[in-house]
Design a protein around this ligand. Structure first.
Ligand code: GLN
Length: 285
């Protein structure tokens, strides 16, 4: 791209809309990119504080890459917001989704109400679920993941949020490295839940750039990980322990049945802001 001398947000917005994005998405991504690259907020810009020429150049280059490759802006900038906190992310971690806030808020409410102290987050990825539960409760949260790269990032995030004492991370394929005597009050998970057969239908940003291991299941209903986690969860839960999942569209009833078969009771299905059944939560007694 040619050398850029001044920041013209309207040109950037037009580049986005020409590429088929809504103005709303354009503004959100551009404001986010400006904030990450230069530390300036939209208010700073309104009162005339401008990014340096170097930062403006970086912003234009980032937007050009974003629009020509369709790589998510969060990956290009190396971070994303979740529940008002900034998290490091990479191509090896799922980008936190706003709908996952429902899972975390549900967990936080129950953990605080019951004064629970031990929480397990299965498939922690960038650690956003584990860190937010640790931040908003008095519990110690163990985040496990099969991916070394994801675990390095989750650890960085706990460090940056000053949660190192209460958000811990361990390499484990589901429960494989959880010891028999370790018991939890609450197990939470946003596991992969998209059937691999649906991969061709996903948007380019997800299909080509986000990690397969965080997205897909081998079965055709997307239930593989709900099945595996639900079957073993009772062994690792205290007698009144809870299990809560994020689920994909139309999976809630199947997951409820799996939990019921494994002995869970009081199983609730919660809807997200778009009225999608998004969280299934139940307890052992
Ligand atoms: N919600 C994500 C998506 O729709 C998938 C996350 C997951 O599989 N856990 O892209």
């Amino acid at each position: 791209m040619n050398t850029i001398r001044e920041l013209k947000k309207s040109d950037l917005i037009k580049a986005y809309t020409d590429a088929g994005f809504s103005t709303e998405t354009a503004c959100a991504e551009i404001d986010f990119a400006i904030e990450v690259i230069s530390g300036l907020t939209p208010k700073d810009l309104i009162i005339g504080i401008m990014p340096s020429l170097k930062d403006i150049q970086k912003l234009y280059d980032t937007v050009q890459t974003r629009l020509s490759t369709r790589q998510p802006i969060a990956q290009l900038l190396g971070c994303s917001y979740f529940m008002g906190n900034k998290f490091e992310i990479s191509v090896n971690t799922l980008i936190p989704r706003p709908e996952t806030e429902l899972l975390v808020k549900t967990a936080i409410e129950i953990i605080n109400e019951k004064n629970f102290k031990q929480v397990l987050d299965i498939g922690t990825g960038c650690g956003c679920i584990a860190c937010m539960i640790a931040k908003h409760t008095k519990a110690q949260v163990l985040g496990v993941d099969i991916s070394n790269d994801a675990l390095k990032i989750s650890l960085n995030n706990a460090m940056h949020l000053d949660l190192m004492n209460r958000a811990l991370f361990r390499k484990s394929d589901l429960f494989s490295k959880i010891r028999e005597e370790e018991k939890f009050d609450f197990i939470v998970s946003n596991p992969p839940y998209i059937p691999y057969s649906e991969k061709p239908h996903l948007q380019t940003e997800v299909r080509e750039f986000e990690p397969d291991s965080a997205l897909f299941t081998s079965d055709n209903k997307g239930l593989e990980f709900y099945r595996k986690i639900t079957a073993l969860a009772p062994q690792y839960l205290n007698s009144s322990g809870y299990l809560a999942f994020e689920v994909g569209i139309k999976q809630a009833c199947d997951v409820k049945d799996l939990m019921s078969d494994a002995g869970f009771k009081n199983i609730d299905i919660l809807k997200d802001v778009s009225s999608v059944e998004r969280v299934v939560v139940g307890n052992l007694s």
